[in-house]
Design a protein around this ligand. Structure first.
Ligand code: NDP
Length: 291
């Protein structure tokens, strides 16, 4: 919303994290507020290390309607909430806080957003053998999503094999399925010799380090059927390029960004965003992420 339109009834939502300067969330939320006729101002709040509790309590005291949470607070914020959605609880991370009686209630729209994006692109986990690159915060959440959405097998490859093993153990135990197998990134040659859905959840290749891919050997990409990179900047990552050159379909993470934002907006403001308006936000994000 333009500052001139703020009045005594304007609700405030925002993003807490550190850093927050790169965020596209204000573009998503303020534009949606205009489309949907919601009197809202959405602003980034940089929260310094050690100030998270004061920030969350202060936001509640100031009647803030909702908050997105980004790195490094997606886990740390959990004990400060009055309740947590079951999916977010299982994943152990939230990115969306919604004002409720007595505190903020937490959700994880990163994962529901990714699932919606993949469905829109006609990519599903059900019964699939999935190669998942990365066992960081997002890789861990995607491993849960795969296990919950019926993937037949998830090969979880990470630069640090120990981290992959810890995530695989946790997901298998919590979901009661022997579904996730941990491997080191360098051991990709022992994957089954066939094409599989491959989700790229490492930060290798993220702008400005665009000439990097988590696996550089073109032979790996002969095993990729669909390559789903969660990075959206650059729009065509080296991973996507290598997958495309090997004959695979390749997608980036912009639709995930779109849907996590749309779903957060819906939860915070109690409105449904029509798909045509979500499409207009996608066009806006495409322009904003052009390099
Ligand atoms: P983390 O920092 O938690 O994890 C980073 C992961 O990348 C780890 O698995 C790490 O391996 C791996 N990694 C880092 N550098 C390299 C490298 N040079 N080669 C191989 N592996 C590497 O990050 P997140 O999980 O929070 O984010 C992961 C990605 O997801 C980011 O690129 C981010 O942009 C994207 N993302 C997209 C969103 C969207 O809406 N589309 C939302 C959120 C994130 P190791 O454990 O060995 O260090």
């Amino acid at each position: 919303m333009a500052a001139g339109n703020i009045d005594g009834r304007t609700a405030v939502c925002g993003l807490i994290g550190n850093p927050v300067e790169h965020t596209l969330s204000p573009d998503i939320h303020n534009t949606l507020a205009g489309f949907c006729g919601v009197n809202l101002a959405y602003v980034p709040f940089r929260v310094e290390n050690g100030d998270l509790e004061a920030a969350v309590r202060g936001a509640y005291a100031l009647s803030v309607r909702g908050l997105n949470v980004t790195v490094p607070y997606k886990k740390e914020v959990l004990p400060l909430l009055c309740g947590i959605d079951p999916l977010a609880k299982e994943i152990g991370a939230v990115n969306t806080l919604v004002r409720a009686d007595g505190g903020f209630f937490g959700y994880n729209t990163d994962m529901t957003g990714l699932y919606r994006a993949m469905q829109e692109d006609g990519v599903g986990f059900e019964g699939e053998e999935v190669v998942l690159l990365g066992a960081g915060g997002v890789g861990r959440a995607v491993a849960f999503l795969c296990a919950r959405k019926g993937a037949g097998r998830v090969y979880l490859l990470n630069r640090s094999g120990q981290k992959a093993a810890a995530v695989a153990k946790e997901v298998n135990e919590r979901t009661g399925r022997d579904c996730v197998r941990a491997m080191e990134l360098g051991d990709w040659r022992s994957l089954p010799k066939k094409r599989m859905l491959t989700v790229q959840a490492t930060s290798a290749g993220l702008y400005p380090d665009c000439e990097r891919a988590p696996i550089e050997d073109p032979d790996f990409y002969g095993r990729v059927e669909t390559g789903y990179d969660l990075i959206y900047q650059p729009a065509r990552t080296k991973f996507m390029r290598l997958a495309g050159e090997a004959g695979a379909k390749a997608y980036n993470g912009l639709k995930m960004l779109l849907w996590q934002g749309v779903e957060a907006f819906e939860l915070m403001n109690g409105v449904a965003v029509p798909s045509e308006q979500a499409g207009r936000i996608y066009e806006l994000l495409l322009k904003k992420t052009e390099i």
